[in-house]
Design a binder for this molecule. Structure first.
Ligand SMILES: C[S@@+](CC[C@H](N)C(=O)[O-])C[C@H]1O[C@@H](n2cnc3c(N)ncnc32)[C@H](O)[C@@H]1O
Length: 422
């Protein structure tokens, strides 16, 4: 007497199918099929969709030549030549018939309507750092997805320790740390930090993240590197080269984005000259995020069609200045001034002198996205006095333009990113 195994008692056997160039038949073109298709296409499968109608996204894939679509219902024999089948129509009879054909012809088959009747299950999958994570929990797809998310996220942000045995990182990563809130570093930046042997950090940026580093990671304060007769920047470049040559993976953690007034390219060039590999990880620049955190959009429909980011570290009449303040004064859009607290009065005077209205709204946002965030409102005519009276200190971003008034309404201001200051 033949013994029918109770399949529900047994866990699925996990396997990675190598589908490149192999026929996969997808029956149905609705949202289930749409969700399955990208991974099949990414695996290089030769996908045939059979369905009387499909979603616009699936149709777009067909139009782009990524898959073939036969506009009709399932017919017996459709699985001929297939290695794998996805049965996901809204016709129960067709699903059962296709599933029976799959069983008959030994084609592994997933079913959207009846997992128990299927011969294969789709795991919750994710890819991170060249690793494919696939999770099966039997009949609990939400739990599979939750476990998948936890693993992917953990590997991505470095909280799940997964050392690279084959390819340990080498060289230097210039990482933009964002404006200061530790949540505003990029996922890639955080991952680099988790793999660092040495971190050379600036005063600005997400310094709270440094406390989370394991004890073996050496943290060097860039401001404290002794530079003797050389320039401070040269000493930092030398420290980067020296640490990397000692075989360490070095993260150069910078505030905002490394290439926005961050001297990132100088460091990248020094490293390239020394033959050291450099990875640049962009960051969220304070020039956009700090105004946003204070409820100020740098552009707004009907108000400002451009924004210009300007360094205010030298006064307009300083011969070292490369800024054409007369041209900036003629622009109608938003001016975002960095490093400008000290010279704000001289800059405002230059803008007014060249034609900008002295009543133009101005906001000064100090320590944006950090615990001490505050915003001081003024106009071009009053900004210097307001900075003095309110004892505003760097770091601060100064925003000039009508956008400053946009987030304001009778009775208060619209909260910024994440509701404003933390
Ligand atoms: C040397 S620049 C570096 C800019 C950085 N690379 C970026 O993309 O944000 C330093 C200036 O950025 C601005 N800044 C940076 N972080 C800030 C923050 N959290 N709040 C206010 N201003 C900030 C200030 O104007 C500061 O003087």
């Amino acid at each position: 007497m033949s013994h029918r195994p109770d399949r529900s008692e047994h866990p699925a056997y996990p396997v990675g199918l190598r589908l490149a160039g192999r026929r996969v038949v997808v029956l149905g073109g609705g949202t289930v099929a749409q969700r399955r298709l990208p991974a099949l296409l990414a695996a290089g499968a030769d996908v045939l969709v059979i369905a009387p109608s499909v979603t616009p996204a699936v149709e777009a894939m067909a139009e782009a030549g990524e898959l073939r679509w036969e506009r009709r219902a399932y017919r017996p024999g459709d699985l001929a030549g297939a290695w794998y089948a996805v049965v996901a129509t809204d016709d129960a009879e067709a699903n059962a018939a296709a599933s029976a054909e799959a069983e008959e012809s030994r084609v592994w088959c997933v079913r959207s309507d009846d997992a128990e009747a299927a011969t294969a299950w789709t795991p919750a999958t994710g890819r991170v750092e060249g690793v494919t994570v696939a999770v099966l929990t039997g009949r609990d797809p939400r739990r599979s997805a939750a476990v998948r998310d936890a693993v992917v996220e953990g590997v991505r942000d470095g909280t799940l320790s997964a050392p690279r045995h084959r390819a340990r990182r080498a060289g230097v990563a210039l990482v933009g740390g964002g404006p200061g809130d530790p949540d505003l570093i990029t996922v890639r930046g955080r991952r680099m930090l988790a793999e660092a042997d040495v971190v050379i950090a600036d005063r600005l940026g997400p310094r709270d993240l440094l406390d989370e580093l394991p004890p073996h990671v050496e943290v060097i304060d860039a401001a404290k590197i002794p530079y003797g007769r050389a320039m401070a920047q040269e000493a930092i470049n030398e420290a980067l080269v020296e640490q990397a040559k000692a075989g360490k993976f070095v993260v150069r953690l910078k505030g905002g984005d490394p290439f926005v007034f961050g001297r990132g390219m100088e460091e990248a060039q020094a490293l390239a000259e020394a033959g050291i590999p450099v990875t640049v990880v962009p960051g969220i620049s304070s020039s956009v995020s700090v105004p946003g955190a204070a409820g100020i959009p740098v552009t707004h429909r009907g108000v400002a069609h451009e924004f210009t980011v300007v360094s205010g570290h030298v006064a307009p009449d300083d011969p070292r200045s490369l800024v054409d303040w007369a041209a900036l004064a003629r622009l109608r859009g938003t001016l975002v001034l960095l490093m400008a607290v000290e010279k704000a009065g001289a800059i405002a005077d230059a803008l007014v002198e060249h034609g900008r209205d002295p009543k133009t709204p101005v906001a000064v946002v100090q320590e944006g996205t950090m615990a001490g965030q505050r915003r001081v409102d003024a106009t071009l005519a009053t900004v210097a006095e307001r900075i003095r009276a309110e004892a505003v200190r760097p770091p601060a971003v100064i925003v000039v333009g009508e956008v400053v008034a946009v987030g304001r309404y009778a009775g208060g201001a619209v909260g910024g990113v994440d509701g404003g200051a933390r």
